[in-house]
Write a protein that binds this ligand. Structure first.
Ligand code: GAP
Length: 436
């Protein structure tokens, strides 16, 4: 679709998905806030991932480690050395800074000026703990959530009596001092990761790498992401992250091209052996270091991919009967488990108090069970389109027949088909459709 990126950015603001952080001060450093519908979508993505990676699996447990850790963690993990640094070049004329990898040329892409020689720029976000701002008080905001998992490897085994192979899953914020954050929420300095670390015998690492790659691709497909917008790329040896023996990127076809949305990594014994060496603690399991297969996806980045994939426009509108026929109609075809609002309750007209009263009663019945909206403003056709635009699964209309028969019409977002359902059966009817 033409101008999809611009459309998504303006749609996200207009309909309460994503706002610029500190907007009244002109924004801040590529930080974004998730609005009322954005936070629902984000929570639904996290719930889907959590259920997929813990509830549906045999041997995976959860964790929530702290963001701030002993800085020795980052020394041992290799993040404070050259491994976790981008090559930065600066334009001698306009002084803009770029990642060398990103521009791959000798002149400034903005003004054509000469560039400085590339310097290594570490991506860890530094901060101070306590009242004194000196070297001893320096630590870092975590750059990947998985280090908190390695720190708790023994605690989890001992408290949960787990046996290899097993996994630990975690969702949480991570921070990177990216040189060029860009493309809306694709690359930001503060983001959220959903990571699962699978500890296995070295000899079974390849088998599990393939297994988890397939599982993770299926997660997107089962959530309705179009197959043609998804692919897996083998990361060439010379581009591997410093901790990985092998990496595959799951890529999504964003409006600005194919880009990584999730990484599948074979980290070998890099983390457990380095943390053993640096801490003096023996992190072996039954005499060996388990190898680690990692799946790592950004909440914000997958949010962006789900939005791009679901956003559709119908020129002239889907219904030919009303004025909308001349408009472009937007339908957000999010999977039912991801849609921020599951049901909208609409009185047919707002100037009939009996209809409004009944619709409000239905709204109160549904609210504890589903994310539900009540809307009485504008023509019914316009209200349907407003709900279709944010991906609401069902629009429920209370009309004059409802007053006699104690029922209402249920209209599906994708089919636009309407059927009458008794109000007493509504909750179980919707549960069946939305949760199955
Ligand atoms: N623990 C491994 C790890 O962090 P990564 O490939 O650097 O691997 C994994 O990051 C995922 O985290 C990426 O695929 C992306 O979805 C997300 N991510 C990484 N950096 C990001 C950034 N600056 N902004 C938004 N998401 C990011």
């Amino acid at each position: 679709m033409e101008n999809l990126l611009e459309k998504i950015v303006s749609f996200s603001k207009r309909r309460g998905f994503v706002f610029l952080s500190s907007e009244i001060y002109g924004g801040f450093s590529s930080c974004y806030d998730f609005g009322p519908l954005g936070v629902e979508l984000k929570n639904n993505i996290k719930k889907s991932w959590w259920d997929e990676m813990t509830r549906k699996q045999e041997n995976i447990v959860g964790l929530d480690a702290s963001i701030l850790m002993n800085p020795k963690v980052w020394q041992a993990s290799g993040h404070l050395t050259a491994g976790f640094a981008d090559e930065l070049v600066e334009c001698k004329k306009c002084h803009k800074r770029f990642r060398l990898e990103e521009i791959g040329k000798l002149k400034c892409p903005e003004c054509g000026g000469d560039l400085t020689k590339a310097k290594k720029f570490n991506l860890m976000m530094k901060t101070f703990v306590g009242p004194v701002e000196n070297e001893a008080a320096t630590t870092y905001l975590r750059a990947e959530t998985c280090q908190g998992i390695y720190m708790n490897f023994q605690n989890v085994i001992n408290s949960m009596r787990l046996k290899v192979p097993f996994g630990i899953a975690q969702i949480g914020k991570a921070f990177r001092n990216e040189i060029t954050p860009k493309d809306f929420i694709y690359r930001t300095r503060e983001f959220e990761q959903m990571e699962m670390q699978w500890f296995c015998q070295p000899k079974s690492a390849d088998k599990f790498f393939s297994y988890w790659k397939k599982e993770r691709v299926n997660w997107y497909l089962n959530l309705g992401v179009k197959k043609e917008n998804l692919r897996v790329k083998e990361v060439p040896k010379n581009e591997l992250p410093h901790y990985a023996k092998r990496a595959n990127d799951i890529e999504y076809k964003f409006p600005f091209g194919w880009q990584e949305v999730e990484g599948i990594h074979n980290r070998g014994d890099w983390d457990l052996s380095n943390h053993s060496k640096h801490s003096g603690e023996d992190l072996k399991y039954e005499g060996y270091f388990p190898h680690i297969i990692e799946t790592s996806v950004g909440v914000d980045r997958s949010f962006f991919a789900f939005l791009c994939d679901a956003y559709s426009e119908v020129k002239g509108g889907r219904t030919k009967t009303t004025k909308s026929a001349k408009e472009v109609e937007t339908v957000l075809k999010l999977d039912k488990s991801l849609a921020p609002i599951k049901a909208a309750v609409l009185p047919l007209v707002k100037n009939k108090p009996e209809l409004v009263k009944k619709a409000k009663e239905v709204y109160q019945i549904l609210k504890p069970h589903f994310a539900t909206q009540y809307d009485e403003v504008g023509s019914i056709g316009r209200r349907y389109r407003r709900q279709d635009e944010i991906g609401t699964i069902f629009a429920l209309t209370v009309d004059f027949e409802s007053l006699k028969k104690d029922d209402l019409t249920v209209r599906g977002r994708d089919t636009m088909k309407q059927e009458r359902v008794k109000i007493k059966d509504l909750t179980s009817f919707l549960k069946e459709k939305i949760e199955k």
